[in-house]
Design a protein around this ligand. Structure first.
Ligand SMILES: Nc1ncnc2c1ncn2[C@@H]1O[C@H](COP(=O)(O)OP(=O)(O)O)[C@@H](O)[C@H]1O
Ligand SMILES: [Mg+2]
Length: 227
């Protein structure tokens, strides 16, 4: 597979790239689509219940596994190779533990406004860079989970600016480059609404569905049935 990395993306080592689970993927566009479906399923799981242990190494690994476990064999396992960002591999676990303890204390003592605690959490998580890939998306979802569990709303993470052409503005779209056909987002909205997990703003149809959105529906319904 030919992976072309966008600026800021973490290149994979050959061993890591060999951990790709689907066998049909030939380019980065297909990988993005596959990953996004996986992430949607992971978010359905994550936002569907309380996580008292959210601020723990074990939960962060569990979340990464849920978001990327259909895509990468090493999902949920800490990286063992050096990257152009992040602490050295041996410092990942202690660094993450420190981060979780710090954020727990910040919440307890209201050290910063809640939004700032969540933003700092996301920033430090991506700075540690615990996994070979998916750290940016994981850190944004983890910060959103923290906000929601504290009774606040998710961040938009810039989705409003990226979608100034009138597209649906919601948290789902931020994971997708290029933007996902709206049917996938609708599927997400429907699942969420039916299960009563989260309230998000309604969106309007922009384009017809494609194979990715059909795959999304299939995988999400499978996932929902398995829970
Ligand atoms: N110099 C940097 N400063 C801050 N964040 C960075 C920097 N370089 C990369 N990142 C973060 O790391 C992410 C890329 O890491 P990666 O593990 O590939 O995550 P993802 O696959 O979710 O994009 C970017 O999305 C960004 O959040
Ligand atoms: Mg990446």
């Amino acid at each position: 597979m030919n992976l072309d990395y966008s600026p800021g993306a973490t290149p994979l080592d050959p061993d890591e790239a060999a951990g790709l689970i689907p066998t049909h993927i030939a380019n980065h566009g297909q990988l993005n689509e596959w990953e996004m479906v996986n992430i949607l399923a992971g978010e359905l799981w994550a936002f569907g219940r309380k996580h008292p242990d959210l601020l723990s190494n074990a939960f962060i690994c569990r979340l990464h596994k849920r978001m990327f476990g259909d895509t990468w064999r090493w999902a949920g396992s800490f990286r063992t190779t050096e990257k152009n960002i992040g602490v050295e591999p041996a410092r990942i676990q202690p660094g993450l533990r420190d981060l979780c303890e710090d954020v727990t204390a910040q919440l307890q003592h209201k050290s910063y406004p809640l939004d700032e605690i969540a933003a700092r959490f996301s920033h430090r998580l991506v700075w540690i860079h615990p996994y070979a890939n998916g750290n940016g998306r994981l850190s944004r979802t983890a910060a959103d989970l923290l906000l929601v569990q504290q009774g606040a709303q998710r961040f938009s993470w810039g989705a409003g600016n990226l979608l100034a052409d009138g597209a649906c503005v919601n948290a789902t779209w931020r994971h997708c480059v290029p933007p996902m056909p709206v049917t996938t987002a609708r599927c997400w909205h429907l699942c969420v609404r039916e299960r009563g997990w989260l309230r998000q703003s309604p969106c309007r149809t922009l384009s017809a569905g494609n194979s990715a959105s059909r795959a999304g529906k299939r995988r999400l319904s499978l996932f929902a049935n398995s829970e």
